[in-house]
Ligand binder design. Structure first.
Ligand code: 5GP
Ligand code: MN
Length: 331
């Protein structure tokens, strides 16, 4: 951890009076959990805080205490003397109000995405951390702030989300150091897991049935692809939100090295989620090739004006050579 950088961030946050907290579009548990938690932490230090969100919190995350604080109003830069972008691998990930957020100074970036080039005035980017929530915990400590039960709950949910329940290789002793403290604050792992994973509506399960039926296998099972079309959402009364975690099913196949999920999105295009196992294949290499990003084992990108089959063919063509040379390479 770069103590000098943390000291500077602490200094800026202590001086600030009104802080905007932003995260990435289509926010997941790490994004929302980190944002709400840092909001609580800064409020406990007497700051006025706005938690900006481009869209309403999805029904999958509205159990997070404080999720009702997400404010959909476009931020007015002059009203803030500091902004923090959490869990955003690049500026575009902040969505259509990106320029307004970038007009606030200092802009502090706190993130763990590989390839984040640092679009802020101060950039704390650490790809070795499993979740932005882990970093927010350490920041709270550096700020000398008390972690409330609600804050601990949000940070715990953040870390469970991004470690795939402590299963991904990003999980480290640091992760357990932090979650131990959070559980000591009273967070019940079974309760959070229940909200995060046992959260299916009948419609969502019907969607899953349809999506799993699309399974296609390439390279003797090294690549597994599933997809969801707008028609499937329409038939089952669901939206893209309901597809959260579906990519873990093809990922769970024994021979699979890379799982791909191609999803119709609300912007009329396609969003892709990729997951790889272990150190065999770095999926950010494929995501970057198509303008996306992420982590070694979890990355994504978007396409406009192409069919699901075209996107599938493009991705499989990019993945083939990576999996042929497999995995010899260690980045
Ligand atoms: P997911 O598949 O869960 O949506 O995303 C996996 C990881 O890839 C996350 O860390 C997410 O931030 C990143 N990611 C997903 N889609 C995109 C994208 O379109 N652009 C970028 N830069 N990163 C993405
Ligand atoms: Mn994250």
């Amino acid at each position: 951890m770069d103590q000098l950088l943390i000291d500077k961030i602490v200094d800026h946050l202590q001086k600030a009076r009104t802080v905007l907290l932003a995260t990435h579009v289509f926010p997941d548990g790490d994004a929302l959990g980190s944002q709400i938690a840092l909001g609580n932490i800064l409020r406990s230090l007497g700051k006025k805080v706005v938690l900006f969100g481009e869209e309403p919190v999805s029904h999958l995350y509205d159990f997070l205490p404080g999720s009702d604080r997400i404010d959909l109003t476009s931020p007015e830069p002059a009203q803030f003397d500091c902004a923090v972008a959490l869990d955003c691998g690049d500026a575009e990930r902040m969505g259509h109000d990106m320029e307004r957020i970038r007009a606030i100074h200092p802009l502090i970036v706190i993130d763990h995405h590989k390839g984040n080039e640092g679009f802020g005035d101060l950039n704390w980017v650490d790809p070795a951390r499993a979740a932005t929530g882990e970093m927010v915990y350490d920041l709270a400590f550096a700020l000398g702030a008390e972690i409330s039960y609600e804050t601990a709950y949000c940070l715990y949910a953040a870390i469970v989300t991004d470690t795939g329940s402590f299963k991904y290789s990003s999980t480290t002793a640091e992760t357990f150091r932090v979650v131990r403290k959070l559980v000591e604050k009273g967070v019940k792992p079974a309760e959070v897991a229940g909200h995060l994973f046992d959260n299916f509506t009948v419609n969502r399960l019907r969607l899953m049935q349809e999506v799993l039926a699309t399974l296609e296998i390439f390279m003797d099972g090294k690549i597994a692809v599933i997809h969801v079309s707008q028609e499937m959402y329409d038939r089952t009364g669901t939206t893209q939100t309901d597809t959260e975690n579906f990519v873990n099913y093809p990922r769970s196949l024994i021979p699979v090295k890379v799982a791909v999920f191609i999803k119709a999105n609300s912007k009329g295009g396609l969003s892709v989620s990729m997951r790889s196992k272990g150190s065999d294949c770095d999926v950010t290499r494929v995501a970057h090739r198509f303008g996306g990003g992420g982590h070694r084992n979890a990355a994504g990108c978007r396409f406009q004006d192409q069919s699901i089959q075209q996107v599938r063919d493009l991705l499989v063509a990019e993945l083939r050579p990576l999996l042929d040379s497999a995995c010899v390479e260690q980045v």
